[in-house]
Write a new protein. Structure first.
Length: 524
């Protein structure tokens, strides 16, 4: 499913009204109906007390439609208007006038003195205060209302996005509603899916509001939820060569976990033949825990990393491989850093650079622009900051935009790791990955990701789809591990061990935590 910015959604609203003749009143009616369906999914409504907080814009108008529909379903509804009702206009004004004729309580809220009792008495709260149009820090009465709602302990349904969450970034603007569920309209907004907004939204429902597919599937919408195509079926007569060969250039003295996790995850994720080029001194120790890996011992530097003198032999070996990974646990040894730069410039195979390999390229990122073969980069926020010259705070304020610009500039597919990981392509597309959990915030999990991506490519997916599939499967393995072990204390080894089950679940369509986070489109 595509994901929109606030500006794109406003353009879609205008197109629906002006180009397709779908009246604004009908769109608002559909939004209220979708909100009613989402609320009924949360809890029975007949005889229940529902407290609705309405701002003065179209989000408040959606709340007024919901008030009318809940009244018709025998709910006891009370509406608080956060501002002067004379400022309502258009479809929102029409619905205000309708609600005024109904036998339900509606008042302008001027202070919070009476809210404590009302919040105690109600069963459910509806947040229709701001929606996605908010661009300023919340303060004053609205901030107090949000604080009271959050402290009430009552289930909360937010309309479009929790009030206080920025629609384009997911960042909190001073204060924000903590919702039990959110129903978003047209398409999910970026702020619905990026943290912290995602965590504040609860279960996410989506209603297309009867928008034509020409709007919701417009190719100008370059951001989407990560939902790559299925893996090709496994060849029943296949052998290790049938499922791909990958070379991992990784490891150094003191960094034994990263190379093992990277090379072994390729096999655990379905790959056929995994070669690990590592300093000769650490190979015996790695082999004790990774006997399935084929080792290619390398001449070491004095510090125990891979020496620059290995360049020609590694380049020759790389030409016979389907995929090459360089960087996990390689260290910051100057020779190894130069080796990364020279191999990146000369290897003509699909190449994934991670960890210490990214540190090497931060000094000369223009090397990436000169590559003829595809490149994948897998930075976390700190590494992305070094690649771009931006601060982490600057990136967090515009993750999508920074990722698009960087992937285009470096001509690489970039996985910006974190909750939620983002996959950016050189042509401007971005995929938001929804699998994974906080238990994956441990050393070594990124190394497992590198091998998983390599395996997805070697199993037959095109590069971009393979990266998307690898990220999805990696997160799914983490979710399956968390379901059985809990998120506390999960390790990279746990995720590694659950990769085969992740592939099993992906191929068989078994329900996972991912399916419970996102409900898909409502029928409105």
């Amino acid at each position: 499913m595509n994901v929109s910015t606030v500006k794109q959604m406003r353009a879609m609203d205008r197109a629906a009204i002006e180009q397709y003749g779908i009246a604004e009143e009908l769109l608002m009616e559909n939004a209220g109906q979708a909100a009613c369906a989402a609320l009924q999914d949360m809890t029975p409504v007949a005889g229940r007390r529902v407290l609705i907080f309405c701002g003065l814009g179209n989000n408040g108008g959606d709340g007024l439609v919901l008030a009318r529909k809940l009244h018709s379903l025998a709910a006891e509804v009370r509406v608080y208007l956060l501002g002067d009702p004379a400022r309502f206009n258009g479809a929102a004004r029409l619905n205000l006038d309708i609600v005024r004729r109904l036998p339900l309580n509606m008042d302008q809220l001027v202070d919070c003195d009476s809210l404590a009792d009302e919040l105690v008495r109600c069963d459910t709260v509806v947040d229709a205060i701001f929606g996605t149009g908010l661009s300023r820090e919340i303060s004053g009465l609205q901030g107090q209302v949000i604080e009271r709602i959050n402290n009430s302990g009552k289930p909360v349904l937010s309309l479009d996005i929790p009030s206080g969450v920025a629609g384009d970034t997911g960042q909190v603007l001073g204060a924000a509603i903590r919702a039990t569920a959110t129903v978003t309209f047209g398409l999910p907004k970026i702020g619905n899916l990026l943290y912290p907004g995602f965590a504040l939204g609860g279960r996410l429902h989506v209603s297309h509001l009867s928008f034509p597919t020409a709007l919701t599937e417009d190719e100008q919408l370059q951001v989407a939820i990560n939902n790559p195509p299925p893996l090709p079926p496994r060849d029943a007569t296949g052998h290790k060569g049938s499922f791909g060969q990958a070379l991992f250039i990784a490891g150094a003295a003191g960094y034994l976990g990263a190379p093992r996790f990277a090379a072994l995850s390729f096999l655990k994720a379905g790959g056929g033949y995994s070669r690990l080029a590592a300093p000769e001194a650490i190979v015996p120790f790695l082999a004790m825990q990774g006997g399935e890996i084929v080792f290619v011992p390398q001449q070491p530097t004095p510090s125990g990393s891979i020496a620059l003198s290995n360049h020609e032999s590694l380049l020759e070996l790389a030409t016979s491989q389907d995929f090459v990974v360089i960087g996990p646990g390689l260290s910051l040894d100057p020779q190894s850093q130069q080796l990364v730069r020279e191999l990146t410039a000369t290897i003509d195979r699909p190449l994934l650079v991670d960890g210490d390999g990214l540190s090497a390229l931060c000094a000369e990122p223009e090397i990436l622009q000169q590559r003829s073969a595809p490149t994948v980069l897998t930075p976390h926020l700190g590494e992305m900051a070094r690649l771009t010259g931006c601060s982490i705070a600057e990136i967090e304020q515009d993750k999508i935009g920074v990722l698009q610009q960087t992937a285009s500039r470096l001509q690489a597919v970039i996985v910006l790791k974190g909750p939620h990981s983002l996959i950016g392509t050189p042509d401007g597309r971005v995929f938001i990955n929804l699998s994974g959990n906080s238990g994956m915030g441990a050393a070594g999990t990124g190394d497992v990701l590198t091998g998983t991506i390599a395996a997805a490519y070697c199993l037959g997916l095109p590069l971009v789809e393979a990266v998307c599939k690898g990220v999805l499967l990696h997160g799914l393995a983490g979710d399956l591990a968390a379901e059985n072990l809990g998120e506390d204390g999960m390790t990279a080894g746990d995720i590694l061990d659950y990769l085969p089950r992740a592939l099993q679940a992906e191929r068989s369509g078994l329900p996972t935590r991912l399916a419970r986070r996102y409900s898909g489109p409502l029928p409105v």
